[in-house]
Each structure stands twice: as C-alpha cells, then as structure tokens.
Design a protein. Structure first.
Length: 385
C-alpha cells in the first residue's frame, strides 16, 4: 500500500483527516483555496463521539482545556418555561464527558497547529482530480500537480470533487431554514451553559464559553436567499419579547460580527463515499442540518475511521471499502435524525402542533431524553496508536 495522500479542503474534517493519516505514517498535503486559515464560523458543540475522535488524533486534551462543559441548560419556550432540562453530569457519567462548547476558530487552530506548515498548501484550489492509472490519483492545483495514492475530498457541502464523482447527484438543497449567529463582544451574565428556545418557526440558542462570552444563533424559517439590511436590528425586532438572556445577548453583539447563512443539506444520500482512490469526508459526504450538533462530530468520526482502515487493511481499495461500509450507514442515519429533529423542533409553526410537541417534551422523563442523546454520542473510535 502506498502512503501519500492529498486532502482537498482545510476545514475541521480535512485537517482531522490529515492528522489521522500522519499518525499512521502517511505523507499528507492539505489543499485549501482560502488564502488564510482562520475563523470559519462562531461556536460549536462537541459531543462525546467527537471528543473521542479528537483523543485518537492526539488533540483531545487541548480541545477540552479550551472548552466549557455544558452541564446545565435545556430547551425553553419564548416565555421562558422549560420544556426539557439538560443534566450534563448524567451525560458525563454515561459517556465520560459532557458536551463541550468551543469557538470554531479555536478548534480549527488547534487542529492546524498539529500539522507541520509544509503540509498545508494554502491559497490553492484543486481544479481537477483524476486517476491516470490504477495506483495513482492526480490533483491539479493551477500550475501545481500532485500525484498521490489517495485523495480525501473534504471540500464542504458545495464539494467540486463530489460533483465530479457523482455528476447525476442533485447536490445540496435548502433545508427551509436560515441561521444568523455571532459571538458576543463582551461577557454576558448567563445562568446556563447552553439553551435552545423554540417558538413558531423560529429558534434562538446560546453556548457559553469559559471567558464569559457566548455564541448565539437564531434560526428562522424563511425563503432561501433572504437577507436583512440590518440583521441585528431585525433580530431585536423579532426576539424582543423572548425571555432573558436573549435581548442581552443581542445587545452584547457588534453588528459587524453577525454571520448569516442558509442551512443547506445533502437530502439525497450518496450511493458511496468512495470512488476509485478518492474518499469523501464530512459535509462533502453527508452535510446535515445542525439540529443535533453532529456535523463536525461526524466529520471527526470519518477522519479516524478512514485512518484506522488504511492502517490495518492490506490495500487502499480494501481500506476504502471498509471506510464506506462503516461510515455511510451511521452518518446517513444521523443526517436523517437531524432532519427529523428540525421538523419536530424549530420548524414547527402550526399552534396545535407546537402545543402537542411542547406537552410531549414536558412529559418525557429526563432518563429517556438522555437515552435518545446517547444513540448518537456513544460511539467508540478505532485505535490509531
């Protein structure tokens, strides 16, 4: 088996894949079109499965040190009533860790710092991926041509590599929701580590960081492409009657800090995550709505599973077959669950449906709610050491 790889995409999944491949002795080049690798979002929640993957990559402790555990909080109504309460201690007892909140830019930096500078080809776009022979795959990056034994396509939901490999696939579609988010400029007096509030076709949530600042997000059911002249003022108008600390979070935010993106997903599952000597990973393979907080965690699972398969199988072909067999069923099941969670959560707008959902949530025992979470969090990674 050869031992050179090109990773297309320098996001969380791509960097994790590069780290995993280097840990099993492969030479890796990460091709990233952005001229600078920096903040690609606001905040992120990491569940036990993602943290375990990071442990296998050797960066778990550093990530935990930079994160804040989500021990208390839950889901509320706009008036402030609780639908469910989070018991982070019970979750920690069950899977060894609470959910951790971290700035996406910090996680990205910790992954990037685990790679040598010469492994990163920044400001260069992969124009083509071809397989000129049975044992080689070639990546064209402008005037630069990289030959390798493996290509990992981690180039996100709009993956050009995926479009090339599966030209008949419909690609990403709009989920029906758009999200605005930001990190507060200063610390906010928060009584919980994490909250979601569900209204009628709207959601507001926050993640608290260890420095007292917080990431907040607002999800709205709107036509794709909807944008506001003053996003922060629009959110103040929409959420001014919602419970504390929502107004305070908005007031602690600079207008220029607000990010606005439509939520897209791969609603049509791919028939395979591999073609020849190319493997799809992360959002390029299974982009999902963020309702379960599993997007990055599934990409981290992909990275560790791929490295483990390449470390133990006799050929690249056998390793990629194993990767596809292990990752496609699980990640596509999580994507379906995330889509369903959105339909039963923030996307509900009919008053009767909302009332029925709220009653069902209030009546659900906390043990049952924890069990539902464990379906996705209780993943044990293969060992890379």
């Amino acid at each position: 088996m050869g031992n050179t790889a090109v990773v297309v995409g320098g996001g969380i999944g791509g960097l994790a894949a590069a780290i995993g491949l280097r840990r099993i002795g492969w030479e890796v080049t990460v091709v990233e079109r952005a001229s600078m690798l920096e903040d690609a979002g606001a905040g992120i929640s990491l569940a036990a499965n993602g943290l375990r993957a990071l442990d296998e990559l050797g960066v778990g402790d550093a990530v935990r040190d930079a994160s804040r555990g989500q021990y208390n909080g839950g889901t509320r109504t706009p008036q402030g009533g609780w639908l469910t309460r989070m018991d982070g201690s019970a979750l920690e007892k069950a899977v060894g860790t609470p959910i951790m909140g971290i700035r996406r830019s910090t996680l990205h930096r910790l992954l990037r710092d685990s790679l040598p500078a010469e492994a990163l080809l920044i400001g260069s776009e992969a124009d083509s991926v071809e397989q000129p022979g049975p044992g080689t795959v070639r990546v064209g990056c402008g005037e630069t041509v990289l030959d390798a034994d493996l290509v990992v396509a981690a180039d996100g939901i709009g993956s050009k590599v995926r479009s090339h490999l599966f030209p008949a696939h419909p690609g990403p579609v709009y989920s029906g929701s758009t999200v605005l988010r930001a990190i507060t400029e200063q610390a906010v007096d928060l009584r919980t580590d994490f909250e979601l509030t569900w209204g009628h076709g709207a959601e507001f949530g926050h993640i608290a960081f260890h420095d007292g600042r917080a990431e907040w997000h607002a999800v709205l059911d709107l036509p794709a492409g909807t944008r506001f002249a003053d996003p922060l003022d629009e959110l103040r108008r929409r959420f001014h009657t919602w419970h504390d600390p929502i107004p305070a979070l908005l007031d602690a935010t600079r207008p220029a800090a607000v990010l606005h993106h439509d939520v897209n997903e791969l609603r049509t599952p791919l028939p395979s995550y591999t073609v020849g000597r190319t493997a799809l990973l992360g959002d390029a393979a299974h982009a999902m709505p963020p309702n379960l907080g599993q997007g990055a965690c599934q990409a981290l699972e992909d990275a560790v599973t791929l490295a483990a398969a390449l470390a133990t199988e006799p050929t690249v072909k056998a390793a990629l077959a194993r990767y596809d067999a292990e990752r496609r069923p699980r990640s596509q099941a999580v994507a379906r669950a995330a889509r369903q969670a959105g339909r039963m959560g923030q996307q509900l707008s009919h008053p009767l449906a909302v009332a029925l959902r709220n009653t069902a949530m209030r009546l659900t025992p906390s043990r049952a709610a924890t069990h539902m979470i464990l379906r996705h969090h209780a993943w044990v990674p293969p060992q890379l050491s």
